[in-house]
Design a protein around this ligand. Structure first.
Ligand SMILES: NC(=O)c1ccc[n+]([C@@H]2O[C@H](COP(=O)([O-])OP(=O)(O)OC[C@H]3O[C@@H](n4cnc5c(N)ncnc54)[C@H](O)[C@@H]3O)[C@@H](O)[C@H]2O)c1
Length: 258
């Protein structure tokens, strides 16, 4: 059977763990060449190594870049072309969180979260577009959040950036449709990644505790896995989604219904 991304090259940001690594693995399984980009160079290298062990012959490269700086976007595109000679797909997935109620939100936190969660997506898309427009199967997938649509108290800065990603996605889809670049968003709900595991441990809860915890914030009453978030990203990036652009797919176990 033909692999879904055979012959294509992708950049995946935030590739050092969690959803980003799961996307890198799945893309490699489906025949893509993948550049994992993350500010955590060592963890990104380890993720690339783990993918090579799981997918014999995987074409996976890695780069340690701080995507909060505008220059990192052009660097990532150049590295993909150097490694694979092409670029067909961008998965913008890097993200940070902030927990300041808006009444106490500091300028420093606003600037930091907007730089990573929103501007890095915009800059990487902009720098990738000349190559994407030349690709026969061009796609950008932006990782937003269910909380783009379901904002909550206490994480306003994060939720605003995630809503901004959906808006960015729709505008870019409108601007690039005639040039053959599809642009979509995926909106995960609670997904058990190393971020949550570290946070749980700091709280005295083990990974096992988190895994068995019944979640009351989504219909499926459990955490999603990184791979469950990666599959819709794969589908959006693949030719199977050739008539899909400007949309946001909820991958949240039914959270908005609650
Ligand atoms: N895990 C969840 O429950 C969940 C839910 C909804 C949305 N999301 C979103 O999914 C994405 C991945 O989340 P996750 O939980 O898998 O991992 P995560 O939130 O721990 O972080 C993603 C990666 O981004 C990297 N990163 C942060 N700042 C960076 C920078 N300046 N430059 C380069 N890399 C940087 C981190 O090092 C990390 O590896 C994030 O955008 C997150 O907001 C996650």
């Amino acid at each position: 059977m033909t692999k879904r991304l055979e012959g294509l090259a992708a950049i995946v940001t935030g590739g050092a763990g969690g959803i980003g690594t799961a996307v890198g693995l799945l893309f490699c399984e489906e025949g893509a060449s993948v550049l994992l980009v993350d500010r955590d160079r060592d963890a990104t290298e380890a993720a690339a190594h783990a993918i090579r062990e799981q997918v014999p012959g995987a074409r996976v490269a890695h780069a340690g870049l701080d995507l909060a700086t505008e220059a990192a976007a052009a660097e990532a595109v150049a590295l993909s072309k150097e490694a694979f000679g092409r670029l067909d797909c961008v998965v913008n997935n890097a993200g940070i969180r902030a927990y300041e109620p808006l009444a106490e939100a500091r300028a420093e936190t606003w600037h930091a979260i907007i730089a990573v969660n929103l501007l890095s997506y915009a800059y990487l898309a902009r720098e990738a577009l000349p190559d994407l427009r030349a690709s026969p199967a061009a796609s950008i997938v932006n990782v937003s959040s269910t909380h783009a649509f379901n904002p909550r108290a206490g994480m306003g800065q994060y939720d605003v950036t995630k809503a901004g990603i959906v808006s960015l996605t729709r505008t870019l889809a409108a601007e690039e449709a005639s040039r053959g670049v599809r642009v979509n968003a995926v909106c995960p709900g609670p997904t058990l990644t190393p971020f949550h595991i570290r946070r749980g441990e700091a709280d005295g809860r083990s990974r096992g505790d988190l895994e068995t915890e019944r979640r009351r914030d989504c219909l499926m009453e459990r955490w999603g896995t990184p791979r469950e978030a990666a599959y819709p990203i794969l589908w959006l990036a693949s030719p199977e989604a050739s008539f899909v652009t400007g949309t946001a797919i909820m991958v949240d176990g039914g959270m908005p219904v609650i």
